[in-house]
Ligand binder design. Structure first.
Ligand code: AMP
Length: 587
């Protein structure tokens, strides 16, 4: 079915959009101009994310403005003004100082969406540390791998997560100098070999002068997944804040009065770039909800908090659609004025549905861990083509490219031809490295482009359309999962000889993780063993990463060089043609 463009008119805007004329904005835009919207550290001492996010507001008229309203899962409400965030993050920075943390040291946090996470992020940036958030639903294996790759110096976590997932790992983490624990209900903890967050921060001074910070100083380590090998740690620098700030303004259309809700968890890049940094640098109010997805709770939050700008993800939107339009009518959602989505393809049906039930379409946008910020977007002022990711941000050059026979990169200028989505490097939030893996980083660039690993098309009006991933990584409920990490964990079970993992299409989660398992000699396939393996993987990897389905097979298709042909496993699963199998080892 061809979807009709949702044409925008002036009546669609409760406020004049920040980006009113796309063509003009692209011509007029310069990153130096965007930089001028920020203050920089006093005395020309550089650029620091936390200064732009908190201190410059706390030292000015926004001191008492609500920065974050935290909604606890048990009904608690806590308000953090810009002034209060300043004090708390100063205390945290002083606590890091006392612990002997130096500039460039990695400070990890493994926690749900609790206030301490936001304070720790800001305090780490103030102190010059590199902040690395880990998703709290990860199991011990993904946690151990990420702490090891980034050589964590400090880990902040909760007492509960420590007991369940971290304690047993400690002997394999000799580089980890400090574990700091947050007690339940903000209570102090008393666990051997750890420090208590509350005591550490309460006893620390509440004023702190941010040391000089160069825009190229590392600030963030975000893990993402590839097809092979270990997870990749993408490094972002303090200068990225220019892109966070300006994309919040142009793509999410932040205005001073806005109440913003980004539903993503800071364990994933969206929850940091737009769940922490961009709303704060823009001086607006954010809502943070600790609880898991629940339609009634979500609509209740939109209503009670008078959310005006809402940034969510397709899996959640599909679940809201499934819950039905009737529920929506029980709530007054008049405060909403701009809806946006990221992370996976947004079905055209979802855009049309939201226009029907909220009177507002979801605006899809595209970016990834490596880009640090939104690169392609449907802007508030722009007509929407449901199913399209939109057009590149001002300052971003996007292209569709292909590899020629001689291995060089060629831009495809004809419209509607599929190729790899590529970006011209040079925007401030571009990743600067994969931690400790220069070769892997280098491989992302060719012909003057950063190659995204996504396949897409561009239509004749410059709208980009997502086609799929070029590699075998899996998108499940908005989370990027590396098949290799799952295969490795399964192979640690004594019954498993080898495993091949794919993303199996799913109407709600986009894909689910499915594993094909070859058993070792002496083991028989059975329902009991299948359940045992599912449980084994879940305990090691955590619920988001572990396979939801396991199928026993006699062998896995491999290339002659020994690589598992996941593409073939997937084609067979879907009953599709197997494509080029010339490199297939005879099975
Ligand atoms: P992550 O690095 O975990 O944020 O995942 C980035 C990947 O998610 C991209 O490379 C795409 O494959 C996918 N993605 C992100 N946004 C979109 C979108 N709007 N439409 C389709 N796929 C998307």
């Amino acid at each position: 079915m061809a979807w009709q463009t949702i044409a925008k008119s002036i009546r669609d805007w409760a406020l004049p959009p920040n980006l009113a004329d796309y063509g003009r904005a692209r011509v007029a835009f310069a990153w130096e101009g965007a930089r001028k919207e920020l203050d920089g550290l006093p005395g020309g001492q550089g650029l620091n994310i936390a200064h732009e996010a908190v201190d410059r507001h706390a030292n000015g008229p926004l001191r008492d403005h609500l920065a974050i309203r935290w909604l606890g899962k048990n009904g608690e409400v806590e308000d953090y003004s810009y002034g209060r965030l300043q004090t708390l993050s100063n205390q945290f920075a002083n606590a890091l100082q006392q612990l002997g943390v130096n500039k460039g040291d990695r400070v990890y946090i493994l926690a749900g969406r609790i206030p301490e996470l936001y304070v720790a992020a800001l305090g780490t940036w103030k102190h010059g540390g590199v902040f690395c958030p880990l998703f709290s639903a990860f199991g011990p294996e993904p946690i151990r791998a990420r702490l090891t790759i980034g050589h964590a110096k400090v880990l902040i976590t909760t007492e509960v997560l420590y007991d369940r997932k971290v304690k047993a790992l400690l002997p394999s983490l000799p580089f980890l100098d400090h574990v700091v624990l947050i007690g339940s209900n903000h209570q102090a903890t008393n666990v051997p070999n750890t420090k208590d967050y509350l005591r550490l921060t309460e006893n620390a001074g509440d004023s702190y002068t941010i040391p000089p910070t160069a825009p190229e100083d590392a600030a963030l380590l975000h893990f993402t997944s590839g097809t092979t090998g270990t997870p990749k740690g993408a490094i972002h620098v303090h200068g990225a804040v220019i892109a966070h700030h300006i994309t919040g303004k142009l793509a999410l259309d932040f205005h001073q009065q806005d109440v913003f809700w980004c539903t993503a968890d800071p364990g994933w890049v969206t929850g940091t770039s737009y769940g922490i940094i961009a709303p704060l640098t823009n001086g607006i109010t954010s809502v943070v909800d600790e609880a898991d997805f629940d339609p009634e709770r979500w609509y209740g939050i939109l209503q009670s908090q008078k959310v005006s700008v809402w940034y969510s993800a397709p899996t959640a939107i599909r679940m809201l659609m499934k819950a039905g339009s009737e529920i929506v009518r029980k709530y007054n959602l008049d405060s909403l004025r701009f809806l946006s989505s990221v992370g996976e393809p947004l079905n055209p049906e979802a855009v049309v549905w939201s226009k029907e039930v909220f009177g507002l379409p979801f605006h899809d946008n595209w970016w990834q861990t490596e880009t640090g910020g939104i690169m392609i977007a449907n802007f508030a002022s722009m007509d929407i083509r449901p199913g399209s990711m939109g057009r590149p941000l001002p300052g971003i050059e996007a292209a569709i490219v292909q590899k020629t026979e001689d291995g060089s990169i060629q831009e495809i200028s004809d419209p509607d031809i599929q190729g790899e989505l590529a970006l011209r490097p040079g925007w401030p939030s571009m990743f600067r490295a994969y931690w400790g893996e220069p070769e892997r980083y280098k491989k992302c660039f060719a012909g003057g482009y950063y190659l995204t690993g996504d396949l897409a098309k561009r239509d004749r009006d410059g709208y980009f359309w997502f086609v799929g991933r070029k590699d075998d990584v899996i998108k499940t409920s908005g989370h990027l999962i590396g098949p290799f990490e799952v295969e490795s964990a399964l192979m640690e079970h004594k019954a498993v000889a080898e495993a091949g993992v794919i993303g199996k299409p799913d109407p709600m989660a986009l894909e689910i993780v499915k594993a094909f398992v070859v058993l070792r000699k002496g083991y028989e396939a059975s329902e009991n063993l299948r359940r045992e393996l599912l449980g084994f993987a879940r305990t090691r990897l955590g619920a988001v990463v572990a396979p939801k389905e396991i199928e026993f097979v006699k062998s896995l298709p491999r290339t002659r060089s020994g690589k598992i042909m996941r593409r073939l496993l997937k084609a067979r699963e879907l009953g599709l043609p197997e494509g080029d199998t010339s490199t297939l080892e005879s099975e």
